[in-house]
Design a protein around this ligand. Structure first.
Ligand code: HEC
Length: 254
């Protein structure tokens, strides 16, 4: 085969790969209303606590959030006593005792969130071969972060007629390739909210995404507050400088 033909075939192959890649790429997810968007956005604390409830009661069965410790929950308004109780509801391996034996103890506020599986192999074996990712930074780690994860959680549908699904996979409109090993985790009334909010699928998805967004970026509000102060300072400073300028130039004959 001539070099030129090889070159052409290589190009064709690269083009074919490119087109399959773009066929896999999904349209931009629908935009949702997030209280934390915009220059002065803040987290809705009630939504954060509801979102944590969804994570704790549903997602935590499969996904770890290993960058969070229980005491971090003070950042979303839990009191020290509530945090103690939340931590104590899990049991974790203690340090070895005098005989070298490791026993379980109740969790403490300083412990990291307990992971559902001891290691990745156990996680994959329990989930049709796919490892449920750690969710600590997932919102930052995905294009269109909050909107994509909302679309994913609300995007489980029956596969279109004629689509062949691999064994144990679920059809999802938001997931690249449309086949995901995660079974639909949320549905209406999957949780009963402590604050009495009606737990529709969309509400649960919105709340848990709010919580995951906070976990990915817990300092967003401080940053926005600082930004606001800088703007107020600059506005006041401009006013003062304008006064100074008028005073200085008032002595100059026009
Ligand atoms: C029964 C186990 C299980 C539960 C419960 C579960 N997941 Fe998953 N999740 C998985 C698995 C397995 C994957 C990997 C799927 C794959 O790669 O095909 C996954 C993947 C994901 C992804 C990554 C998608 C991507 O783009 O790679 C996100 C985000 C996610 N889950 C969020 C959640 C949230 C939020 C909850 C709780 C509302 C939840 N999951 C509950 C098993 C679960």
């Amino acid at each position: 085969m001539s070099n030129f033909r090889a070159f052409l075939m290589g190009g064709g192959l690269a083009l074919a790969t490119l087109t399959t890649a773009s066929a896999q790429e999904l349209p931009e997810p629908a935009k949702q209303d997030w209280s934390f968007y915009g220059a002065f956005g803040t987290y809705d604390q009630a939504a954060l606590q509801r979102g944590f409830q969804v994570y704790r009661e549903v997602c935590a069965a499969c996904h770890s959030m290993s960058l969070l410790a229980y005491h971090d929950l003070s950042g979303i308004g839990y009191t020290p006593d509530e945090i103690k109780a939340i931590a104590a509801s899990v049991s974790v391996p203690d340090d070895p005792d005098d005989t070298g034996e490791i026993k379980d103890r109740p969790g403490r506020p300083s412990d990291r969130f307990k992971a559902p599986f001891p290691n990745e192999k156990a996680a994959a074996a329990a989930n049709n071969g796919a490892v449920p990712k750690d969710l600590s930074l997932i919102v930052r780690g995905r294009k269109y972060g909050p909107d994509y994860i909302f679309a994913l959680l609300t995007g489980f549908k029956d596969p279109p007629p004629g689509m062949k699904m691999a064994n144990g996979m679920n059809y999802n409109t938001a997931f690249p390739g449309n086949q995901i090993a995660m079974p639909p985790p949320l549905s209406d009334d999957r949780v009963t909210y402590a604050d009495g909010t009606k737990a529709t699928l969309a509400q649960e998805a919105h709340d848990v995404v709010t919580f995951l967004s906070w976990a990915s970026d817990p300092h967003l509000e401080e940053r926005h507050r600082l930004g606001a102060r800088v703007i107020i300072f600059l506005a006041a400073f401009s006013g003062v400088m304008y006064g100074v300028k008028r005073k200085v130039w008032s002595k100059v004959a026009h």
